[in-house]
Design a protein around this ligand. Structure first.
Ligand SMILES: Nc1ncnc2c1ncn2[C@@H]1O[C@H](COP(=O)(O)OP(=O)(O)OP(=O)(O)O)[C@@H](O)[C@H]1O
Ligand SMILES: [Mg+2]
Length: 276
């Protein structure tokens, strides 16, 4: 069943000549892991913010076309309410923190929704466990690592029991360990908890391994949609044009295609299995 249905959606920020999104159409099935790729300014963030309703409800823009997310029409319901269906994580973890303790940080969204105390405590405990931050309740959100902060942001989003998690370049400000932590948790909530994941991310090696579907955005338009195996070998020769890198193994394999008769691999595992 489709959990996100987008049809001919265009978004134009006020006083901008170009559309940030230009008649895009997209259907996402429940439980899918979707990666959004594209150059600087291609519209990745705008797509994420259209799904969680921040555009146009908090950041003004003209929006045309249809968008339905978990049965709701994002422009028509308050962002805070939609948060119980769509959780969001952004690129800069520190900007997402405002409370004195990890516990209070996660409690914030639930309190805003008017959830009872018992449920709040239960949801905080389970979401901190899910992101591997059980025991961090009394720590300051400002004195933990970037990877921990991002996992805390994920716990805050997850505490509202959303069906979808939207992550906009969640690892771009993290060191390699932090990146790994965030990817591991993202995969866990997708595979074990069944959440639909929409992620804008430049780490194509990880995308190749995790994503069911890759969406390529170019100047506000979706120009390619498909599995990593379909998309990455397709853009080997246009990487700089579209502003997207491909996995190194795909780059390598496509130079010696005769060694990979069953198809160009996108992960090292596939390469090892397919090498002749
Ligand atoms: N708040 C805003 N007001 C006006 N124009 C904006 C706003 N946010 C984004 N834009 C413009 O919309 C277009 C798409 O931007 P968007 O931030 O969605 O791209 P992106 O793919 O996320 O880029 P990046 O890789 O830099 O994060 C760009 O031309 C950008 O300048
Ligand atoms: Mg962006």
């Amino acid at each position: 069943m489709s959990i996100i249905k987008i049809e001919n959606l265009s978004v134009q920020y006020l006083e901008q000549e170009e559309k940030a999104l230009d008649k895009i159409s997209l259907e996402v099935e429940e439980g899918e892991f979707i990666a959004i790729l594209g150059a600087h300014g291609a519209g990745k963030t705008t797509l994420c913010l259209s799904i969680n309703g921040i555009v146009p409800n908090m950041i003004q823009a003209d929006m045309f076309g249809k968008i339905e997310v978990a049965g709701e029409v994002p422009p028509k319901i308050p962002v805070r309410e939609l948060a119980s269906k769509v959780g969001s994580v952004f690129d800069n973890p520190e900007f997402q923190m405002s409370q004195l303790t990890v516990f209070e940080e996660v409690a914030l969204g639930l309190q805003n929704l008017g959830v009872d105390k018992e449920t709040i405590i239960k949801n905080i405990t389970t979401s901190l466990e899910l992101v591997g931050l059980a025991g961090f309740e009394e720590r300051s959100p400002f004195e933990i690592s970037g990877g921990q902060q991002q996992r805390l942001a994920m716990a805050s989003a997850l505490s509202m029991k959303p069906q979808i998690l939207v992550l906009d370049e969640p690892t771009s400000n993290l060191d390699p360990i932090g990146k790994e932590e965030v990817f591991t948790v993202t995969r866990r909530i997708n595979q074990e908890e069944g959440l639909t994941v929409i992620i804008a991310e430049h780490e194509v090696e990880v995308i190749a391994e995790y994503a069911d579907k890759v969406i390529l955005l170019e100047e506000g338009k979706i120009t390619q949609v498909g599995s990593p195996e379909e998309i990455f070998p397709n853009i080997v020769n246009i990487q700089s044009e579209v502003g997207v890198r491909i996995p190194q193994i795909t780059d390598f394999a496509s130079r010696v295609p005769d060694k990979f008769k069953e198809g160009i691999p996108v992960t090292v595992d596939q390469a090892v299995k397919g090498y002749k």
